[in-house]
Design a protein around this ligand. Sequence first.
Ligand SMILES: [Zn+2]
Length: 306
Amino acid sequence: MNKIKTFYTPKQVCTNMTSSFSKSPLKPMLLMQKIKEEYNTFFDIIDDFEPINKADFYLAHTKTYVDNVYKKEGNYTSNSLPWSKELVKSLPYTTGSLLAAKRYAIQNPGELCFAPISGMHHASPGSGSGFCTFSGQVISAIKIYEEFGLSGAYFDLDGHYGNSIDDSYAFNPLLEKAIPRKCNVNPKGLNENYINDFMLHLDCIEEMILGNKVHYVVFAHGADSHKDDDLGGQLNTECWIKAAEVFAEWVNKVSKKLGKPLPVVLCLFGGYRADDYNIVLELHLKSLLTCNRIINAKEQTILNSN
Ligand SMILES: [Zn+2]
């Protein structure tokens, strides 16, 4: 059985979160605990990936803002998270996790990869926002473009529009190549309408992949697009899971047309439940295991038929 290659180290977690509404910086740890206890057979954990450098944050942010976060000065609270040395130390590892997962997926496209990271889609060049400190999406994409000359697309199914990518085009012109326009997909609508809108976007990205304009995809299935989330609400449970099935089946269809597996990275993004946080973790696991079941099963079929 193929396992999900998971890029996780405890160094990417900030435990100092008692005064925060958001558990986002803690979520990777809570999810990984659950995985180790109940779902270990489905995940293969790689923990020795490198963090990014402080200078890498300058790819998507002003030096002033990055330095403010590091030095606890100026607009360092713009992420709405309690500042701590631990939080600052964790940040090069969260983007490092996403970068390592993308790199591995590109080099081993038959293997489904997972970066257990929460929000990194609201920060803009000059500030953090909405529990996001830095634009890990943008930074990792630019680094991948510099390293491989390859471009990516994001399917951002968090409950909230991810503004980081669109806000960063003017700041770093390389982003036009790293994440081409129209490749920051945030579906709109409720339930079936949302799924239909998602499918239209999948068609559009498929065309770009077959036209050699997009080479890998990231599926960020935020749990705050579930209707019972404290902050979200576009999808009932059936439609929320359906989104993962639609995505996974689309990956298989595109891989078949390409004649080789499409590199795929999964990640977490938002999810907030004050009453029972375990529900958030269960939703994420359902999505991950759905992708694993459909995508990895298909890979086996492709391999066996060749
Ligand atoms: Zn969100």
